[in-house]
Design a protein around this ligand. Structure first.
Ligand code: FAD
Length: 287
């Protein structure tokens, strides 16, 4: 189904999952584990499973392998992410043709962050807007875009981000998925500001059920995502027990998702970190 059809359904919340291509040692084993988790996620009949894509095409082959597995074996609705930074026009056209041949209908169109370890970085595209304009010339794909309730870290003002999102909508974006956040109030405020700007595509909250305290610390440090003291300390209390941290993550994410759906969010996009358990439990708790 195309994005525009998926999000037309207003009767029940629309759930989607994000996974990423593993890397490093024992890649075959990691991919095998991921396929097993995808099998579990598939049983929840998600509206979409999205697969991240390294900026500059650094993990192109693994990303495509996962997309193919989801599409051809698991028969899942799959949405590849696609980043344009450092890629040439020809390279992008070829990749898009390849995924359209697989029967993919939707992509998440992104700029991406310039990788440090790349030999050649083409300067054909500077933003997701330029990628979208290019794709529209020859592709029938529908596209989703990224949104930032707590502002993109490099955007100068919050308003700049909103203007970019409005342009993405004007170019035909069907839905926006947000960067992960822990403070729902930031999403509510962002949503209201979007409405004032005339942005009326669904803005789907991106939610991470925390599964490890060190991972939470790393995410907060690297991305600057806001988290209130009480929630942080709640996780800290369980930091020595993996099992208790997972339980706490499910509890906090369930509460967060419940409130977001009550506010009117049309669905939730789960950052699964390649594990099915927490998102599965959250969905059970809120449906
Ligand atoms: P744009 O829409 O071009 O920019 C978004 C906003 O950030 C705009 O307001 C823009 O002005 C501002 N901005 C961006 N860069 C700068 C800059 N240098 N200076 C000033 N302002 C700037 N990354 C990956 O590599 N692979 C993925 O698969 C991936 N998936 C993602 C999925 C989601 C749901 C989200 C929210 C992000 C994802 N990202 C991914 C991260 C994303 O590529 C980065 O956040 C990137 O910096 C911006 O991409 P964009 O498409 O939002 O860019």
């Amino acid at each position: 189904m195309r994005l525009s059809e998926i999000y037309k359904n207003k009767e029940k919340p629309i759930f989607s999952f994000e996974v990423f291509p593993p890397k490093g040692d024992n890649l075959d084993k990691k991919i095998e584990n991921l396929f097993s988790e995808l099998n579990k996620l598939s049983k929840l009949k998600p509206a979409l499973i999205s697969v991240t894509y390294g900026a500059g095409g650094t993990n192109r082959d693994t990303s495509l392998e996962i997309v193919k597995e989801l599409k051809t074996h698991l028969k899942q609705p799959v949405m590849p992410h696609f980043t344009c930074v450092c890629s040439s026009r020809e390279y992008i056209k070829k990749y898009i043709e390849e995924i359209e041949e697989l029967g993919i209908l939707n992509i998440l169109a992104l700029r991406g962050d310039e990788p440090q370890d790349i030999d050649v970085c083409y300067r054909d595209f500077k933003s997701a807007l330029e990628l979208i304009e290019y794709l529209k010339n020859y592709s029938e794909l529908e596209f989703a875009v990224a949104a930032y309730p707590e502002k993109h870290p490099r955007a100068i003002t919050f308003d700049d981000d909103l203007n970019v999102l409005r342009k993405k909508q004007d170019l035909g974006a069907k839905v926006a998925y947000t960067q992960l956040f822990f403070k729902n109030d930031n999403y509510y405020k962002f949503h209201d500001e979007c409405t004032k700007k005339g942005i009326n595509i669904p803005i789907i909250p991106g939610i991470l059920p925390v599964a490890s305290f060190s991972q939470l610390d790393r995410i907060v440090e690297l991305s600057g995502v806001q988290i209130d003291k009480k929630t942080y300390e709640y996780f800290e209390k369980y930091k020595d027990s993996k099992e208790d941290t997972i339980k706490a993550g499910i509890e906090i994410a369930s509460c967060q998702c419940q409130k977001l759906l009550e506010f009117g969010a049309r669905g939730v996009h789960f950052y699964t970190l390649n594990k099915a358990l927490s998102s599965t439990e959250v969905i059970k708790n809120i449906t």
